[in-house]
Each structure stands twice: as structure tokens, then as C-alpha cells.
Design a binder for this molecule. Structure first.
Ligand code: SF4
Ligand code: FES
Length: 260
């Protein structure tokens, strides 16, 4: 690749050894970056240079690098997953940046997501919200006939759209309240609109909302920053569905018995 097609960028990166370390920004240069590099590949290049210099590489979470696992994510110039809508940071490419750009990289900042190191945070609070109610009662044994329970197309579409949530945590990071409403509501919705999700529908809403509160996430005030940065374009309407099921459970007492 010839020189005129490469970029040099300045990265101002949050470095923090562990949750109790105060942390600070450090400046690095990303050299010989092409428009074809993904953002994480660009960081790989910076890390290779740091390792060659005998320095500590920048820690960031990643796994699939295909936008499906939910492991990646940090703030780029104050925006969760960076400037491209509907895109995880692993799917973000350097063609969206230009030579000489100065980029501030920070971890998700929320009390419920303690920092592990640098740009990596502990999102196990999400796992505990799922464990509180993100399941259905299903018979074990051989797979049931796919047509045994018919699902209207409109219901299936709502469920599939909500099930696209990959649990990345960008919604929490971007929310001024650090609320986990979009995530929790997506998980409640994708089960709650299907026939298979009815037995625990109201119990699920109560249990998962309660767990989210217990995890020190804030409360949703309908600001909408979550929807704006969600890489899977989860819509705010799932929060309305969650609130409806939660209130219905409280008013009718169904949340305790679990019956729909
Ligand atoms: S709702 Fe969107 S931003 Fe939030 S965890 Fe799910 S995929 Fe990530
Ligand atoms: S690394 Fe899997 S979604 Fe980004």
C-alpha cells in the first residue's frame, strides 16, 4: 500500500489497570492505517507497536468481530460504538475516518459496569438480569414440531427484532441515567410476545426489572440516546411493552403467580 493511501491518527485512550486504579488518558499514534482496516484491526496495529516497545497493550473486549456476539464496545469521541449508526465497533471501518483525526477512546462508563482494564468493562450485570427471568418453560426431550404452535407473522417479526439485541451495553453507556431499559425491554419483549413466552410473561417483567434496579442501573426517562446508538436498532417501543407488562403485573398481581 503506497503512503498516500495510509492514515496516521492520534488516539487518546483511557488506561486503567483495574477497577480501583484512578486511570488516566494516554496518547498514542496509529500509523500506516488504511481505509480497509476495521477499527479493532487499527487498535491491533497500535498494540503490536506497544508490545514491540515492551509496553502494556490496550485492553479491549472482542470476539466474533462480525457484529453478532456483543463483546466489543467502547466510546469513540463520546459516542458508543462510534459515528456509524447501527454498527458495532468491530464492524466499523477506518474509511469513516481521515488522516490526522484525533480520537478519544473511553470505556462504557456506568456504575453497574465496573472497569476490568482500560476499555474492557464487566457486563455480568446483564447476565444476572437474564438469569432473573429471560427464559421460558419448555418441555425437554426431542424437538417439538415446528408447526405445533402457530405464531402470527406480526408477532414473530416483533419478537425477532427484539431478539436481535446482542447485549453489548451501548444503550447503558450512552444513557445519561445509565439505565438498562432498552436491553431489559428487548429481552422481555422477544419472549413476551410469543405464545411460548406466556406462562412466565408477567413474572418475567417483574423479576427482570427488579434485577436491573438491584444492579445499580439508573431509571429510564425516555431520552432515547439508547435507540440512537444501538447497533441492532432496537426500538424504544420495547420499553413501552416492558412498562405495560410490568404495570399490568403489579395491578393484577399476576407477577407473583406467573400466570398470563
Ligand atoms: S439494546 Fe442495543 S445497545 Fe443495548 S445491549 Fe442490546 S444491542 Fe446493545
Ligand atoms: S466482537 Fe462480536 S459484536 Fe463486535
Amino acid at each position: 500500500m503506497s503512503d498516500h493511501k495510509t492514515m496516521t491518527l492520534t488516539l487518546i485512550v483511557w488506561r486503567q489497570k483495574n477497577a480501583s486504579d484512578p486511570g488516566k488518558f494516554e496518547t498514542y499514534t496509529a500509523k500506516n492505517i488504511t481505509e480497509h482496516h476495521s477499527f479493532l484491526e487499527m487498535l491491533d496495529c497500535v498494540n503490536e507497536d506497544l508490545i514491540l516497545e515492551g509496553k502494556d497493550p490496550i485492553v479491549f473486549d472482542h470476539d466474533c468481530r462480525e457484529g453478532i456476539c456483543g463483546m466489543c464496545g467502547f466510546m469513540i469521541n463520546g459516542v458508543a460504538h462510534g459515528p456509524e449508526r447501527g454498527t458495532t465497533v468491530c464492524q466499523l471501518h477506518m474509511r469513516h475516518f481521515k488522516d490526522g483525526d484525533e480520537l478519544y477512546l473511553e470505556p462504557w462508563r456506568a456504575r453497574a459496569f465496573p472497569i476490568v482494564k482500560d476499555l474492557a468493562v464487566d457486563r455480568s450485570a446483564f447476565d444476572r438480569i437474564i438469569a432473573a427471568g429471560g427464559f421460558i418453560t419448555a418441555p425437554t426431550g426431542s424437538a417439538p414440531d415446528g408447526n405445533a404452535i402457530l405464531v402470527p407473522k406480526e408477532r414473530a417479526d416483533i419478537s425477532m427484532d427484539a431478539a436481535a439485541c446482542i447485549g453489548c451495553g451501548a444503550c447503558v453507556a450512552m444513557c445519561p441515567n445509565a439505565a438498562a431499559a432498552l436491553f431489559t425491554a428487548a429481552k422481555i419483549t422477544h419472549l413476551g410476545v410469543l405464545p411460548q413466552g406466556q406462562p412466565e410473561r408477567y413474572q418475567r417483567a417483574i423479576a427482570m426489572v427488579a434485577q436491573a434496579s438491584h444492579e445499580a442501573f439508573g431509571y429510564c426517562t425516555n431520552i432515547g440516546e439508547c435507540e440512537a446508538v444501538c447497533p441492532k436498532s432496537i426500538k424504544l417501543e420495547v420499553i413501552a411493552r416492558m412498562n405495560r407488562d410490568f404495570l399490568k403485573a403489579l395491578v393484577t398481581g399476576r407477577g407473583a403467580s406467573g400466570h398470563a
